[in-house]
Each structure stands twice: as C-alpha cells, then as structure tokens.
Design a protein around this ligand. Sequence first.
Ligand code: PLP
Length: 374
Amino acid sequence: MAEIPAIKRRLIQEGVDVIDVGAGDADFPPPEAAVEALSCAARDPAMSRYAFQLGLPAFREAAAAYMLRRFGVRVDPYTQLHPLLGSKEGIAHLAMALLGSGDVAIVPEPGYAVYEGGTVLAGAEPYRCALRPRTGFLLELEELPADVVRRARLVYLNYPNNPTAAVATRAYLEGTVAFCREHDIVIAYDNPYCEITFDDYVAPSIFEIEGAWDVAMEFHSLSKTFCMTGWRLGWAVGRSEVIAALARVKNYVDTGAFLAIQAAGAAVLPQAESLARDYVAGFKERRDAMLPVLRAQGFEPETPEATMYLWVPLPEGVASAAFARRALEEAGVVTLAGSGFGAGGEGFFRIALTVAAPRLVEAAERLGRVLAAV
Ligand code: PLP
C-alpha cells in the first residue's frame, strides 16, 4: 500500500488515465456549513490560540448532543467525551493509555492497520484474529485460546467494517459485551461508518448495548460521513477514567485540533443526519452503478449494507497483491489488495466508492480485463 502513491504519480506522468478507488477518501465536497464556519472562525484571532485538550466547548457539546439524539446515549461532554485530531489519532493513543508490555490486544484481520500499529507502539502484543466470510466477518472471541483471553486488555471492533463492509447484529454485540465484561477486556469500538448505511440498515452505537458502558470506548469521525478526511476531527466517548487516561497521553503529543476546525464540526453535527442522508444517497448510487458491472465482468461481490467499500473475492489461487499491482500497472486502477489489511484479507481486494458512477463503471470494466488475463 505504501508504494501506491509513487506508482500512481509515475503512471500519471506517463499519461495514464488513473482511476483511484484505493483510499476511503470520497470526492464529494464537504458540507457548506463546515466551509462557512471554518472561514468565519479563521478570521477570529481567538481561534488561532492553542485548543489544549479542552478544545472548543461548542464542539464537545455538539458531539454529545448528537450521541443523545442519534443513539439515545447521554454523555457528559467534558468528562466522558474527548475531541480528537481524527479518530485514527485517538485509536492509536488509546493503546498507549491502556496497554503495557505483556498485555495483549486482539486485532481483527483484515482490519484497519492502526489497531496493530498502535498496539505495537504501546509495547504490547497484537493477537491477530481472522475475520472470515463464513461468520459474516464477525470477530469470534469465544474461539480465542484461554491464555490469550487471560492476557487480553483490549479488543478492536469495527462494524460497519472496513474493509469487509460487514455489519454486526445486536445479538452479536450483546454477546461480545458480555464476554468482555466477564474477562475484563476493553472494547475499542471504532464507528466511523455509522452513518454510511444503505436501505433499511441503521448502525448502532456500542453504548446502545446493555453493559457496554463498563467496558467500551467508542470512536467517531467527521472524515467519512461528511467527506472531511483532511480536516482531522473526531471524538472518543467512554467512561471518565478511560477518557482521562487517553487525555493524559494526548497531553504529551498534541495540543488539540485547530479551534476553527472544531467550530466547523460544531456547525455540522447539529445537522448530521440530514447531511449524511445526501452523502449516503450519493454512495448508494455509486454502489448500485458499479456492482452489476463488476458482476458482469465475472466478480462476485456481496451487496454491502454499509460503508463506502466493496470487498471483492478473487478466484482461488489469485494473490491479491499481484492482482492489485496488475490492476494498477496494466489498467490504471488503484485498488487495495486484501493482504494489505493483514494476511486474513488474502483472496479479496477492496474498492472504495470514492469517484463518480461513470468512472466506477469504467474501473469495473478495466478490472474485468485484468481478471480475464490472470
Ligand atoms: N477507523 C477505520 C475503520 C477507518 O477506516 C478509518 C479511516 O480510514 C479511521 C478509523 C480513521 O479515520 P479518521 O482518522 O480520518 O477519523
């Protein structure tokens, strides 16, 4: 994955018409409310000062109001919620707040690379656990060896899931919360795709599950829902002791997100659901345009109920890294190889619905030609 930007640049210089459906970084513009609030706040000198860990009270309060309105979850905006410079930052620093040498964190594979990276940077040990199609890509905690469960302090859970686009049932989440309570394992519930859901599916917060408050931290982001990836803004929710531990780590590495960006977040969140509806309609149109063409080309992807991703199986014996490299070099299509999300992702590649429908159709046709040649 690390080589992709350089290869893409070379191909563009050579005149190749590259279609990039690699990173989860859609080309829709951010909400007008965000742009307005940012430009207005940028003119206020007070917004150029350090944010510190407190940040902008209006952002904390807007995030807490969203949690209550959207999920029925009541949180204190000052002790049970914390602003982040994107959720990635908080996920990585949570490991430093909670883990030490000898501790284990359970890391789903395929999964977002920060789970394993954060664990390793914290000096702890990742235990990789495969997500398989057979179980709907749900992490099976009951299957873990007793010794791993005994040493585990943290488990990363992410539904709607990147990269598989899987969603979790309430029954699954209830079982997982019960298991983690019994074994004293913190759940880092990574929920950046909770608004990108299709048809009738509505994604929950982990805190809708009884008992979750005792064991879970949840991470939210403005990146995906509002197409604000570069703005770097998110928040964490959890018990005040764990939030305080996270804030203590952050205090040594950052001084808070730019206050004007927090002002933009505070302007967006009161309209979160209606803004999300429009973006989701765009993602759905893209999903529905691309899937039939991919299928006509011989691929067999499931129809995702959530996220901006298509997780596409490859024929037996076709290595995902080799396929993704050929797709890029021979067809000018940037995808992500499943193996880039950990060995458990082998046999698949990921498409992100980040460009307009006609370009996705073109990408599907080009990928079909690569498939025919492997
Ligand atoms: N979690 C998951 C599962 C993701 O896919 C991403 C981004 O790709 C993030 C967290 C981080 O998002 P951000 O740091 O932009 O909030």
